[in-house]
Design a protein around this ligand. Structure first.
Ligand SMILES: NC(=O)C1=CN([C@@H]2O[C@H](COP(=O)(O)OP(=O)(O)OC[C@H]3O[C@@H](n4cnc5c(N)ncnc54)[C@H](OP(=O)(O)O)[C@@H]3O)[C@@H](O)[C@H]2O)C=CC1
Ligand SMILES: CC(=O)N[C@@H](CCC(=O)OP(=O)(O)O)C(=O)O
Length: 330
């Protein structure tokens, strides 16, 4: 039996140097286009494309996937499941797969593609054949909550509420069209049925035993998001201060390339204001603690680009880990 080492490239470039090849299924959608734009600046990646009239043809996809090292799925959930079923049937010719949909985010045989989740997570992603790219909102929520749970500052059964606002590109091509043709409202809350598709991953990877309340919203601007978690500090044992929370986050992300924990007394904290667009077109994630020692209250806030660290930027970061390539900064 031929054993294919998935850490060796399937193709060599003309000079004989290793070239990793990637196919983006759903490459003409919002997330796929964002990945393509980032890959234009990565000469060690060869992007294989499928003919326009064949892009939903399973046989054509299967043939192309046999030629590449990694497939990135930027598809609706049902279409992602269909492509994964094709890959599962490919045996030794199967490429690694990185899925941007919600379909496999809490599946036990998939690695969760948030390399900053825990000290060993980047290695888990590097070694996995199947990686799920996180949802944009959970990226912010988990980044804020998990270190506080791990540090024992937030009990696992704490009644957590997560509020968030996203630019309309978070809803893909359909929502972008609705906003850009003027038929969408200026602002709205949604997910008010308590069943938003991001809740399972938000709860699981934050290590919460009690289901959080999650209230997303969308505004009339293209991209960028804020995810916030209010806390009544006098309900927590030991009554931690804002400084305690900020220190736990800063300790957890010390040395991180993409996650920054902002100072408690910086200019943003002093202004008491935060807007969502400052990190657009980057793979950065900023974490803030706003706190009042007088009132024993805090609000944790994550700022990110829903199409950057919330989607395409994270996908490229995970892709390079999965292909054993150095991070180039996405
Ligand atoms: N936008 C965002 O901020 C984020 C999105 N995601 C997730 O990424 C995935 C893609 O989202 P997004 O890019 O926003 O969605 P879009 O609606 O912008 O794009 C989806 C693309 O998939 C194509 N497609 C649908 N079915 C198939 C199929 N069977 N084979 C090949 N292509 C197909 C669509 O083509 P056509 O229009 O012709 O059907 C479209 O080009 C979703 O699962 C989404 O939930 C994840 C994180 C953030
Ligand atoms: C504004 C808006 O509609 N946002 C999307 C989430 C975008 C995202 O992260 O999608 P994935 O779950 O596929 O990762 C929503 O709430 O459904």
């Amino acid at each position: 039996m031929t054993v294919i080492d998935s850490n060796l490239p399937k193709a060599q470039n003309a000079a004989g140097a290793p070239t990793r090849s990637v196919f983006v299924d759903g490459g003409s959608g919002t997330t796929g286009l964002g990945i393509a734009e980032r890959l234009r600046h990565q000469p060690d990646i060869a992007v294989k494309t499928i003919a326009e009239d064949k892009r939903k043809d399973p046989a054509a996809k299967r043939a192309l996937m046999a030629e590449v090292d990694l497939v990135i799925l930027c598809l609706p959930d049902e279409a992602a499941k269909e492509t994964v079923a094709l890959i599962d049937g490919m045996g030794n010719a199967a490429p690694k797969v990185l899925d941007a949909s919600t379909a496999f985010r809490v599946a036990p045989d998939w690695a969760y593609g948030f390399p900053e989740l825990a000290p060993d997570q980047a290695d888990k992603i590097s070694n996995a054949r199947k990686v799920s790219n996180p949802g944009c909102y959970p990226t912010g929520g988990i980044a804020l909550l998990r270190p506080l749970v791990d540090a024992g500052l937030l009990p696992q059964d704490y009644p957590v509420t997560v509020n968030a606002v996203s630019g309309y590109s978070g809803g893909g091509k359909t929502m972008i069209a609705a906003y850009e043709n003027g038929t969408a409202p200026a602002f709205e809350l949604y997910g008010l049925g308590f069943e938003h598709k991001h809740l399972p991953e938000l709860q699981l990877y934050s290590k919460l035993t009690r289901r959080p309340i999650f209230i997303p919203s969308v505004g009339n601007y293209r991209q960028g998001m804020l995810v916030s978690v209010p806390l009544q500090l006098d309900t927590l044992s030991g009554k931690p201060t804002g400084a305690d929370l900020q220190a736990a986050l800063a300790n957890r992300y010390a040395g991180s390339k993409y996650v920054s924990v902002m100072p408690l007394d910086g200019t943003v904290a002093e202004s008491g204001r935060l807007e969502p667009e400052a990190l657009n077109e980057t793979n950065k994630l900023e974490l803030y603690v706003f706190a009042s020692d007088k009132h024993h209250q805090a609000v944790l806030v994550a700022r990110l680009d829903n199409l950057g660290k919330g989607a395409s930027g994270a996908a490229v970061q995970n892709m390079r880990l999965m292909l054993g390539l150095p991070d180039l900064g996405t």
